[in-house]
Design a protein around this ligand. Structure first.
Ligand code: NAD
Length: 479
C-alpha cells in the first residue's frame, strides 16, 4: 500500500512484483503509484506543512520519531527476514546498517530535536546608527522529496526521514522499484503506530522511475534529498534547477583502501577483501580499489584472493554469509560488462571473474579480484557496484595519496599502517568525506556522511545532516 495523506491506499497503477535476488522467486507485489498518486502525495505534504503545527511543535515531533522507532522495533524480526529476502542483504548486516542501526538512529534525531539550539541571540548592534536586537532562527525548509536506492533501503530511507522530520519538514518518499516492501512497511508503521499527522509522510512506491523526476520538477517541493548513482544525481540537479529547489545528493564512489608499507599486509588485505565484498559490494562507500606497496603486490594478490575465495558467495539468510547476490539481472549484467572490460583492458582475475558454478537461480557473481590494471583503466575508475575489487600497486605514501585522489569520486577511504601517526597523516590528505584508519568505523547517527567531488553535495546524518533540512532566518527588532 501507498501512504497518501495519512491513508494506506492501493496505487492507481495497480501493482508490481518484488523479487528475491537470491532465488528469483516472486515474493509478492507492491502498490504501483502513478503520476496522479505522486501529485496527490506532494499536495498532501504541502498542505501538512503549510496548514498544520507540525513544523513548530518540537516536542511532538520528538515523540513521533520515538513512536516510529519503537513501532519498527516491534516488527524487527519480520523486517529482518523481509530485508534478507527482498534486498538479498546478508543476515549479519541486518544487525547493523541494514536494519537495527538506522531504526535505533531515529532516537538520536528525536534527542537532537530536544537539545538543538533552534534560536540564537546575536544581541544588540547599531548598524547604520539604528539600534537593533538580532536573533537567528532555524526553521524547516518545507516539503522534502526523498528519492532512494535499493542497496541499503532502511538505512537510506531513515537517514532522510529521521532528520527531515526532526527538522519539521514534511516528506514524500520515493523508494527504488527494486525494494518497495522495505519502504511500504514504513508507511504501515507510520499510519498504524504513530501520531504523525496525515500528509506529513507520504510513501510512494512505483515501478516508474519517472515519479522521482516528477518530484524534482514540482514547484511545491522545496528540497530534494537524493541517494543513487552519480548519473541520476546529475539529472536530479539539472531538473531541480528549473524551480531552484535545494538539492542534497549522496552519489557513487570508487574508494581506495591504502595499505602502507609498514602495515601488517596479511591482516590489512584480509580485511580489505572482507569489507570489499560484504553485501556483494553494493555499498557506495565500499573501498573497491586496494592500493598495496608495489614490491609486495604478488603477496597481496595471493592473500586477498585467498580470502575472497574462502568467503565465496552464499545464501544471505545464512548468518555466516558475507557476500550475497546482486540485486537484479540488470545489475548482474552491468557487473559482467565490467568483468569483460577489465580483461579487454589487460587485467586478469586472481580469483572469481564470473557466476558461481553451483547456483542456477538468483543473481550471483563470485567475489572477484582484478589484478594487472592501472588506475587509468575504466574498471579501476568507474563504480562497478558488485563484489569486484581491483588491486593496484603504489610507490610509497605520496604515490598512494595521488592514486587514491585520482578519481572523479570522493566518498570514502581506508588507510592501514603500523605507525598510526603516519597513517593518520595519509588519511588527512585524502579528498573524501569519510576515512577509516586501521579498521576504525565511522558509521553512526552522530557522524556526518557524504562525498567530495562527484560523490555528492551535502552531508547525511549527524548535526550537519540534520541542518541540511533547515533554513536560516535572521530577525532584527528595532530598539
Ligand atoms: P539510481 O540512481 O538508478 O536510482 C536511485 C533512485 O532514483 C531510485 O529511486 C530511482 O527510481 C530514482 N530515479 C531514477 N531516475 C531518476 C530521475 N531521472 N530523477 C529522479 N529520480 C530518479 O541508483 P540505484 O541503482 O538505485 O542505486 C545504486 C547507486 O546508488 C550506486 O551508484 C551507489 O553508489 C549509489 N548510492 C550512494 C550512496 C551514498 O550515500 N553516497 C548510498 C547508497 C547508494
Amino acid at each position: 500500500m501507498l501512504l497518501l495523506d495519512g491513508r494506506l491506499v492501493p496505487g492507481t497503477g495497480g501493482s508490481f512484483e518484488t523479487i528475491n535476488p537470491a532465488t528469483e522467486e516472486v515474493l509478492g507485489t507492491a502498490a504501483d503509484a502513478t503520476a496522479a498518486d505522486m501529485d496527490r502525495a506532494i499536495g498532501a505534504a504541502r498542505r501538512a506543512f503549510d496548514e498544520t503545527g507540525w513544523a513548530a511543535d518540537h516536542a511532538f515531533r520528538a515523540r513521533c520519531l520515538r513512536q516510529l522507532r519503537d513501532g519498527l522495533r516491534r516488527r524487527a524480526e519480520e523486517l529482518r527476514e523481509m530485508t534478507i529476502r527482498e534486498v538479498g542483504a546478508p543476515r549479519f548486516l541486518t544487525f547493523g546498517a541494514q536494519l537495527d542501526a538506522p531504526v535505533g538512529d531515529l532516537g538520536w534525531f528525536a534527542d537532537l530535536v530536544e537539545s538543538y539550539a533552534w534560536e540564537s541571540d546575536l544581541g544588540r548592534a547599531e548598524p547604520m546608527g539604528m539600534p537593533s536586537h538580532r536573533r537567528v532562527r532555524r526553521e524547516a525548509v518545507g516539503v522534502v522529496g526523498a528519492i532512494t536506492p535499493w542497496n541499503f533501503p532502511h538505512q537510506i530511507n531513515l537517514a532522510k526521514l529521521g532528520p527531515a522530520l526532526a527538522a519539521g519538514n514534511t516528506v514524500v518518499l520515493k523508494p527504488a522499484p527494486d525494494t518497495p516492501w522495505c519502504a511500504a512497511v514504513l508507511g504501515e508503521v507510520i499510519a498504524e503506530e504513530t501520531d504523525i499527522p496525515a500528509g506529513v509522510v507520504n510513501v510512494v512506491t512505483s515501478s516508474d522511475h519517472g515519479l522521482g523526476a516528477q518530484l524534482t520538477r514540482d514547484p511545491r517541493v522545496d528540497l530534494v534529498s537524493f541517494t543513487g548513482s552519480t548519473a541520476t544525481g546529475r539529472e536530479v540537479m539539472a531538473s531541480a534547477a528549473g524551480t531552484l529547489k535545494r538539492v542534497f545528493l549522496e552519489l557513487g564512489g570508487k574508494s581506495a583502501f591504502i595499505v602502507l608499507d609498514d602495515a601488517d599486509l596479511r591482516a590489512a588485505c584480509s580485511y580489505a577483501a572482507f569489507s570489499g565484498v560484504a553485501h556483494a559490494g553494493q555499498g557506495c562507500a565500499i573501498t573497491t580499489r586496494i592500493l598495496v606497496p608495489r614490491e609486495r603486490y604478488a603477496e597481496a594478490a595471493e592473500i586477498t584472493a585467498g580470502t575472497l575465495a574462502k568467503l565465496g558467495a552464499g545464501d544471505p539468510a545464512d548468518d555466516r554469509t558475507i557476500c550475497g547476490p546482486v540485486i537484479s539481472a540488470r545489475q548482474r549484467e552491468r557487473v559482467e560488462g565490467y568483468l569483460e572490460l577489465a580483461v579487454k583492458e589487460g587485467g586478469s582475475f586472481a580469483c572469481g571473474g564470473g557466476r558461481p558454478a553451483d547456483r542456477d537461480k538468483g543473481f550471483w557473481i563470485e567475489p572477484t579480484l582484478i589484478t594487472g590494471l592501472s588506475n587509468e583503466a575504466r574498471a579501476a575508475r568507474e563504480e562497478i557496484f558488485g563484489p569486484v575489487l581491483v588491486l593496484l600497486p603504489h610507490d610509497g605514501d605520496d604515490d598512494a595519496v595521488r592514486i587514491a585522489n585520482d578519481s572523479p569520486y570522493g566518498l570514502s577511504g581506508a588507510v592501514h599502517g603500523g605507525d598510526v601517526e603516519r597513517a593518520r597523516s595519509v588519511a588527512r590528505r585524502l579528498r573524501t568525506g569519510t576515512v577509516s584508519v586501521n579498521g576504525g568505523v565511522w558509521y553512526g547517527a552522530d557522524v556526518p556522511f557524504g562525498g567530495y567531488k562527484q560523490s555528492g553535495i551535502g552531508r547525511e546524518m549527524g548535526v550537519a545532516g540534520f541542518e541540511e533540512y533547515l533554513e536560516t532566518k535572521a530577525i532584527a527588532e528595532g530598539l
